[in-house]
Design a protein around this ligand. Structure first.
Ligand SMILES: [Zn+2]
Length: 393
C-alpha cells in the first residue's frame, strides 16, 4: 500500500504524504466531478469551466481528508501516541501509528475526532456557500464550496457507520472492548460488521449499475471492496499485534544455529552444509562471533572450478545492523525489521556472540498457532481469550 509516495507538506508537525494510488483515484474523482457532478449542480456552463471546478473540488477533497486525519492525529498526540505522518491513499487517509491506542477510551476519542471535525467543516462550508450566494457571488465558487460542504457531510456520516476499520467501527470496537475487557473479541465483532457493510455496498453498487447509474454504482462497489479488504487486514494486524505483543525473539528463535567457519572452502560448504541441512543461508562465524552470511546465491555466482580453492570468507556478505537483533527484542520488532529490509531471517546476537536465528517462517508459524488457539478458525461455541490477548490498559 505504501510502495510509492510523494511528500506533500507538513501540518502541525505531521508529514503529509500522498500514495501513488491516490493520484489515480484523484483523476477518477476529477473526471466524475467534471462530467457528472458539477454539470448537474450548476447548469449551463462550458466543459472547460467544469474541469476547472473539478480540479478545485479534487484539491478541496484532498484537504478535507487531511483535515479529518489531522483531527485524529491531534487527539492521538494528546494521548501520547506518536504519529509518524499522514498518508493519503486509495479511499482516504491513514494516520500512521507505530502502535495501537493503549486504552478503549483513547481509541474511542481518537476515532470520534475525525467525523466530528468533518461535520464541523461541512457546516462551515455550507454556511459560506449560502453566504456567497446571498451576496451574488459567482456560481462556480458557490458550486465548489457547496459541493465540498456536502462532501464533508458525507465523509463525517459515512465514517460514523459502525463498520471497522471506519471510525464508527473503531468506536464500536472501543465500546465493546471497554464492556467485555477483551480486545480480540471486540475487534472480531467490529471487523465482522465492516465485512458485512462492505458486502452491502457491493450489492448496492451492482444494483445501481443495473439500474443505469454506472458512476454512482461503480464508486459504491469499489468502496465496498476496499472496506472488506481493510476490515480483514485491520483485524489480522490487530490480532498479530495483540498475539505477539508479549513474545520475545528469544522465545521463537532457533538457538545455537549451525554457523560456517570463514576459512572452509566453498566446496566443503556446499557438501557439508548446504547439502546436509538444506538451509538457503548460513551465518559465517568464528568462535561464536558472527562475521557475515553466505547462501546459495553467493555460491551460484562463483565459477564451479573455483569452489575448491576459494574460502567462504571471500564470497560471504558482511553482517549489517539490519541482519542482527537482540534476544530480548520483541517478535513484532523482528517482524518489522524483516519487512523493512526484505530479509527472511535475522541473526540473534547477544554480547557480540551469535545465540540464535529467527526466521519469518518461525514467526508466521507462531502467529497462526496463536490465532487458532484464540478461536480465529476454531469451531467451538466457547471462545476464551488467552491471557496474552488482554489489552495492556
Ligand atoms: Zn477517520
Amino acid at each position: 500500500m505504501f510502495a510509492y509516495r510523494l511528500k506533500l507538506f507538513s501540518l502541525f508537525g505531521f508529514q503529509v504524504w500522498v500514495d501513488a494510488s491516490w493520484l489515480l483515484i484523484a483523476t477518477l474523482i476529477a473526471w466524475t466531478l467534471a462530467v457528472a457532478v458539477f454539470p448537474a449542480v450548476v447548469q449551463g456552463l462550458d466543459a472547460v469551466t467544469y474541469w476547472w471546478m473539478a480540479i478545485a473540488g479534487t484539491i478541496g477533497l484532498l484537504f478535507s481528508i487531511v483535515f479529518h486525519e489531522t483531527a485524529h492525529s491531534l487527539v492521538a498526540r494528546r494521548y501520547g501516541i506518536e504519529i509518524r505522518g499522514i498518508t493519503l491513499f486509495v479511499f482516504g487517509g491513514v494516520a500512521e501509528m507505530p502502535g495501537e491506542p493503549g486504552s478503549a477510551r483513547a481509541e474511542f476519542l481518537m476515532a470520534l475526532a475525525g467525523p466530528v471535525s468533518s461535520l464541523a467543516l461541512s457546516a462551515a462550508l455550507l454556511a459560506s456557500s449560502t453566504a456567497i450566494e446571498a451576496v451574488g457571488g459567482p456560481r462556480t465558487i458557490t458550486g465548489v464550496v457547496g459541493y465540498l460542504g456536502g462532501l464533508n457531510l458525507i465523509l463525517g456520516l459515512f465514517n460514523l457507520v459502525p463498520a471497522f476499520p471506519l471510525d464508527g467501527g473503531r468506536m464500536l470496537r472501543a465500546a465493546l472492548w471497554a464492556w467485555w475487557q477483551d480486545v480480540a473479541r471486540a475487534t472480531r465483532v467490529a471487523a465482522a460488521a465492516g465485512n458485512g457493510f462492505g458486502l452491502l455496498l457491493i450489492a448496492l453498487g451492482v444494483f445501481e449499475v443495473l439500474r443505469g447509474d454506472f458512476i454512482g454504482g461503480m464508486w459504491q462497489f469499489l468502496i465496498g471492496m476496499f472496506l472488506r479488504a481493510a476490515a480483514s487486514a485491520g483485524y489480522r494486524q490487530t490480532m498479530a499485534q495483540r498475539l505477539l505483543a508479549d513474545v520475545s525473539v528469544a522465545q521463537v528463535m532457533t538457538p545455537d544455529p549451525i554457523a560456517v567457519p570463514p576459512d572452509v572452502s566453498v566446496e566443503s560448504f556446499v557438501e557439508e552444509y548446504l547439502y546436509r541441512f538444506h538451509h538457503r543461508e548460513f551465518p559465517v562465524a568464528r568462535g561464536g562471533v558472527p562475521l557475515g552470511r553466505i547462501g546459495t546465491r553467493q555460491v551460484a555466482a562463483l565459477d564451479r572450478d573455483l569452489w575448491a580453492g576459494t574460502a567462504v570468507s571471500a564470497v560471504a556478505l558482511g553482517c549489517t545492523p539490519e541482519d542482527i537483533i537482540a534476544p530480548d527484542a520483541g517478535a513484532l520488532q523482528a517482524f518489522s525489521q524483516m519487512a523493512g529490509s526484505g530479509r527472511a531471517h535475522l541473526f540473534v546476537v547477544s554480547g557480540g556472540r551469535l545465540v540464535g536465528i529467527v526466521s519469518q517462517h518461525d514467526l508466521m508459524g507462531l502467529l497462526s498457532v496463536r490465532l487458532e488457539l484464540a478461536g480465529e478458525r476454531g469451531s467451538g461455541p466457547k471462545r476464551r481469550p488467552l491471557s496474552g490477548m488482554r489489552a495492556p490498559v
